[in-house]
Ligand binder design. Structure first.
Ligand code: PMV
Length: 337
C-alpha cells in the first residue's frame, strides 16, 4: 500500500492568453490530494473517494464487475471522478507494462472540486505516482507529469493544457508556453484564496474569448498585453527568488495581478462574485488580487502575508470559503511507502 500526494495550483498570471501562445505562470499551492493505491490480485479497479463529496462513494469496475455506487453523490461527479481515476490507472498500466494489474484506490482531497485550482490534476498525478510505486516502479516527476497530462487529455476529450498536471507534479512556480513547460525559481508567495462555491465552464469561456478576439482587435491586443505582463512578472519573480520578497516586490507583483484581472474582465471572463471577492481582498489589504483559471465563477487568488485578506474575504457574502495556501515548493511526493 502506497500513499502519494500532489498539490493544487493557481494561476499567478497568464490564463486564457496561454491558449494563444503567450506564456502563463501557474503556481502549486499547499492544498493536496492524497491517493493510496494497493495492488489487487485481479484486474479490477475499486475507488473509494470518501472526501470528494459530503457522503463519498465507492465504485468498482473491470472484469465482469461494474458496480455503481449506492450513494447520494451527484452521478455527474461520480462519473467524472471515475473517469480520471480510470485514465490514471491506464497510464499506470502502460508505465509498469502490465495491462491487467488491478488496484484499490483511495482518494482524499482538500482541494475544492471543479473550482479551477487543479483538483483533478492533483488526483491524477498522485494516483499515477502511488499506483506505480505500489508495484515497485518509481517514475521521475517529469514522467508522472507527462503521463498525468495524457490521462487528463483523455478524460477531458482532448481539452487539457499541460499547466495543471506539470505544476502539480513539479511543485513551485512553473512556466508554460505552448508545449514548453519548465520550472521557475520563486520566493515563498503568500497566497490567499477565495472560493465562491461555484465553477465556470472552461470550454465555453475559452470559446467566448476566441470569438471576441476574432471580432475585435482590442481583444487580440488584450491577450498580448497579458503576455507582456506575464513576462514582467517572471522577471520580478526571478529577482525576488534571488534577492528576497520585499514589500516593494510584493506590491509590484500584486499590481500586475490587479492589471491581469482587469484585462481578463475586459475579455469577459470575470463574474460578479469574482469581482466582489477581488475587491474584498484589496479592501483587506492584499498586495493584489485576480481571478484564477477559466473564470466565470470559482476562485480568486490574492497575495497577503497578514490575515487581513482572509478575514475580509470570509466576511464577503459572495465568498463561501477563504483560505491561505502558500506556494507548495514540493510537487508530487510519497506520504507513506
Ligand atoms: O480553470 P482551469 O484551471 O482549468 O484553467 C483554465 C485555463 C485556461 O487558460 C483558460 C484554459 C487552458 O486550457 O489553458
Amino acid at each position: 500500500m502506497t500513499t502519494s500526494s500532489a498539490p493544487g495550483k493557481v494561476y499567478l498570471f497568464g490564463e486564457h492568453a496561454v491558449v494563444y501562445g503567450e506564456p502563463a505562470v501557474p503556481c502549486a499551492v499547499e492544498r493536496r490530494a492524497r491517493v493510496t493505491a494497493e495492488p489487487r490480485d485481479d484486474d479490477r479497479v475499486r475507488v473509494d473517494a470518501g472526501d470528494l463529496t459530503l457522503d463519498g462513494f465507492t465504485v468498482t469496475w473491470g472484469g465482469d464487475v461494474d458496480e455503481r455506487p449506492d450513494v447520494d453523490a451527484p452521478p455527474k461527479l461520480v462519473a467524472a471522478a471515475t473517469r480520471y481515476v480510470d485514465e490514471a490507472v491506464q497510464q499506470t498500466r502502460a508505465a509498469i507494462d502490465d495491462e491487467t494489474q488491478g488496484f484499490d484506490i483511495t482518494v482524499e482531497s482538500d482541494i475544492p472540486l471543479g473550482a479551477g485550482i487543479g483538483s483533478s490534476a492533483a488526483v491524477v498525478v498522485a494516483a499515477i505516482d502511488a499506483a506505480t510505486r505500489s508495484v515497485g516502479v518509481e517514475l521521475a516527476p517529469e514522467t508522472v507529469a507527462e503521463r498525468a497530462f495524457q490521462a487528463e487529455y483523455a478524460a477531458q476529450d482532448g481539452q487539457a493544457s499541460r499547466a495543471d498536471t506539470f505544476c502539480s507534479a513539479m511543485g513551485g512556480a512553473v512556466r508554460v508556453e505552448g508545449d514548453d513547460t519548465r520550472t521557475l525559481d520563486a520566493p515563498p508567495l503568500p497566497f490567499v484564496i477565495g472560493y465562491d462555491g461555484g465553477a465556470g465552464e472552461t470550454g465555453e469561456l475559452v470559446a467566448s474569448v476566441r470569438d471576441l478576439r476574432e471580432r475585435h482587435s482590442f481583444a487580440a491586443d488584450t491577450v498580448e498585453a497579458i503576455g507582456e505582463l506575464t513576462r514582467t512578472g517572471e522577471e520580478l519573480l526571478a529577482a525576488a527568488a534571488d534577492g528576497g520578497l520585499s514589500t516593494d516586490r510584493l506590491d509590484r507583483l500584486g499590481e500586475l495581478m490587479d492589471v491581469d484581472h482587469g484585462l481578463l474582465s475586459a475579455l469577459g471572463v470575470s463574474a460578479r462574485s469574482l469581482d466582489a471577492m477581488v475587491w474584498a481582498a484589496r479592501d483587506g489589504g492584499a498586495h493584489g488580487a485576480k481571478l484564477t483559471g477559466a473564470g466565470g465563477g470559482g476562485c480568486v487568488v490574492a497575495l497577503d502575508r497578514t490575515d487581513g485578506t482572509e478575514r475580509s474575504l470570509s466576511l464577503t457574502p459572495e465568498c463561501e470559503q477563504a483560505f491561505r495556501a502558500e506556494l507548495a515548493t514540493e510537487g508530487v511526493r510519497v506520504e507513506s511507502p
